[in-house]
Design a binder for this molecule. Structure first.
Ligand code: H2U
Ligand code: ZN
Length: 348
């Protein structure tokens, strides 16, 4: 038994943001990259699909017609998981606790072009999406305790349509993940007087082990406690609680960062890279939320190639989440990728 080496010995890492432990087994990841890396045929989509319910001018399942939109488009989800007019109900029974929930769900089209996913957009086109997220947050945070802005991309993530789009769910309650992050950030602020994620991003910038890239105002990194093989976060380098508070220059810079990260993701396995991503804005429950820092999480399911995904089963489902590839190895791979999309390289 020699001395402990974090790059090769099994260990547990603590997620400072959620308070959960994760098992890391780096010795198991020694094999992956010798294995064959399969390539999927690149997902070429037409700019307009007459069968797509999100394309401009097309009819949705509800019978409503989409307008001939030019940039972005928002509508109330025809199959919303939350309803605005749910009757009040609550049970405090210790074993059968429940409460009724209210909310709304919207679908947002990122582009009128059926084929233009975020990594294929110009920075100024991504900027329209950032502005839309900010406006939606402003509007919905006036009526709901929490607004979740997210994107489910790829059929492996259960996304039903390749047309570039995201969703927004606004709820009368603070959901579980947010409530965990709130407790941890509040506790940290009380102890140190500074926001947890601001101290975290500064510490990561000093270490330079998990940074993928930096822009003027933002950092993309693989968090120390990442669970998914290529999980990342986008973090601001300055104090800000929600996306609506970003100024013009910061929004432009964020659009650049989103373009770079999603492009590197596509380049990793030369495919339209699937993920679930979302913004964690401060809850809109009327509190100040000095503890909160705006951030995005990207959770991609792919492990070794476009066709090998990670499954959450066995020990991970029953006991504790686990990963093989270390966050440092994942960051190194993403750091070394190009900011030019592979489809453009291949055209040259
Ligand atoms: P996905 O990201 O899961 O594919 O979401 C697409 C959403 O679009 C889904 O939540 C909604 C579905 O309810 N939808 C409509 O609102 N109208 C339609 O005509 C089809 C799909
Ligand atoms: Zn479409």
């Amino acid at each position: 038994m020699g001395s402990f080496d974090i790059a090769s010995n099994p260990h547990r890492r603590f997620n400072a943001l959620t308070g959960e432990w994760l098992l890391v087994s780096p010795h198991r990841a020694k094999r992956p990259w010798q294995g064959q890396v399969e390539k999927l045929p690149s997902l070429i989509q037409p700019s307009y699909d007459e069968k797509c319910y999100l394309c401009p001018g097309n009819k949705r399942v509800s019978g409503d017609m989409n307008p001939d939109y030019k940039k972005t488009y928002v509508f109330t989800n025809d199959f919303a998981a939350l309803t605005e007019d749910t009757p009040e109900s609550k049970s405090e029974d210790e074993l059968f606790k429940m409460e009724s929930s209210r909310g709304t769900a919207r679908v947002i089209c990122f582009s009128p072009d059926h084929s233009k996913t975020l990594p294929l957009m110009e920075t100024k086109e991504i900027r329209s999406v950032v502005d839309l997220w900010a406006d939606q947050y402003t509007e919905l945070s006036g009526s709901y305790q929490y607004v979740q802005l997210f994107e489910n991309k790829g059929s492996v993530m259960g996304c039903s349509n390749p047309h570039p789009h995201g969703q927004i769910w606004a709820s009368s309650f603070i959901p579980e993940e947010i409530s965990k992050e709130y407790s941890r950030q509040l506790e940290y602020l009380k102890k140190h007087g500074t926001p947890l994620l601001l101290d975290y991003v500064n510490a990561e910038l000093r270490k330079q082990e998990r940074i993928i890239f930096e822009t003027e105002f933002f950092v993309a990194l693989v968090p120390f406690w990442a669970f998914w093989p290529f999980e990342t976060m986008i973090l601001p380098k300055f104090k800000v609680q929600s996306i609506d508070r970003l100024n013009d220059a910061q929004r432009d810079d964020l659009s650049l960062a989103i373009g770079k990260l999603t492009c590197r993701y596509d380049n990793l396995f030369e495919c339209s890279f699937p993920y679930s991503m979302g913004w964690h804005n401060a809850p809109s429950d009327g509190k100040e939320h000095e503890e909160w820092q705006l951030h995005a999480h990207y959770y991609p399911p792919l492990l070794r190639s476009a066709t090998v995904r990670k499954f959450v089963a066995g020990f991970e489902l029953l006991a504790e989440r686990q990963r093989d590839l270390t966050p440092e190895q994942a960051a190194e791979r993403l750091r070394n990728l190009s900011d030019t999309h592979y489809s453009k390289h291949n055209q040259e």
